[in-house]
Design a protein around this ligand. Structure first.
Ligand code: 7PM
Length: 281
């Protein structure tokens, strides 16, 4: 590897020599996969314990549904939903990421013990997000989204989706590094399903090696997303096979982190894929 390239080997204390799994914990009353069953704190904590027991290295706590067309959630309501869950999980020693695009939620989550900020707007969702994230000093996951959740799937447009998505992400990462954030704190995510057609999503997944080659850790979130149903029609609870196929494609391209609902199955698939890649030829 030449001197002007870098490759981050650890992020948020995790060893990226092995694939790492982020388990999804929605604390929204309207989330599409959990059907609101886990919006009470006790139920959320039980679900988080199961995800951790299955091998999730990170629990991603989200209090705002970013579903296309979803109703916006107030800052206070989002904080009320996530704070007790983050406090309890971090007291148990779990590594928690906060899935939010609101600076006040980032601050409240960090104070409650969150160890990672996961922002689906790549820190562009609010004028204060970038400076807030820099000041908090936590590891960051920056995701790409075109448009706004309410309307992003109406008519997504790119000349070259992978190039435009990867250029945006690298630009945000470089801006963070210029603001004093080390490369070791930055993870990049192409944002499958966020302002992208099926073709855009497939082009991005087919070219993930280019994003990996930029040097920052890459996270892929394809779990149960609707692109799977556009290829092979299925309800949102019946997309495990398609979700695992996306995970394995990402693993082959060098993706380090996988944000999923089905932690046990994903950990098993990645363990087998990793064992095959480790044995060599
Ligand atoms: C409804 C629709 C509820 C869509 C939830 C979603 C990602 C994320 C989400 C992702 C990162 C989901 C999404 N997706 N954060 N947050 N990457 N970093 O399908 O792909 O879980 S919310």
């Amino acid at each position: 590897m030449s001197e002007d390239t870098f490759h981050v080997t650890h992020w948020a204390g995790l060893d990226l020599a092995r694939p790492q799994v982020m388990g999804i914990l929605n604390v929204t009353p309207d989330s599409f996969s959990d059907g609101g069953r886990f919006h009470h704190v006790d139920a959320a904590l039980a679900q988080a314990a199961a995800l951790r027991a299955q091998g999730a290295a990170i629990i991603d706590v989200g209090g705002e549904s970013t579903r296309p067309g979803a109703a916006p959630v107030s800052e206070a309501e989002e904080i009320d939903r996530v704070r007790p869950v983050i406090e309890a999980l971090s007291a148990e020693g779990a590594l928690v990421s906060i899935d939010t695009r609101k600076p006040a939620v980032m601050e409240a989550a960090a104070a409650a013990g969150a160890g990672i900020i996961n922002d689906v707007t790549g820190l562009t969702g609010d004028p204060r997000s970038f400076d807030t994230a820099v000041a908090l000093g936590l590891p960051l996951c920056l995701m790409h989204m075109q448009g706004e959740p309410q309307t992003m799937q109406a008519d997504p447009q790119y000349d070259d989706a992978p190039a435009e998505v990867f250029t945006f992400l690298a630009g945000q990462a470089i801006a963070l590094m210029e603001a004093g954030v080390s490369a070791e704190k930055i993870c990049l995510d192409p944002g499958i399903g966020f302002g992208k057609t099926l073709e855009h999503n497939l082009q991005i997944m087919a070219r993930l090696d280019e994003l990996v080659d930029a040097g920052w850790p890459v996270l892929l979130g394809a779990s149960r997303k609707s692109f799977i149903a556009k290829i092979t029609p299925t309800g949102s609870e019946e997309r495990l096979g398609g979700s695992l196929a996306a995970v394995l494609a990402g693993f082959g391209a060098g993706v380090s982190l996988f944000r999923v609902h089905d932690v046990q199955e994903t950990v098993q698939a990645l363990a087998v894929a990793d064992a095959i890649s480790e044995i060599g030829l």
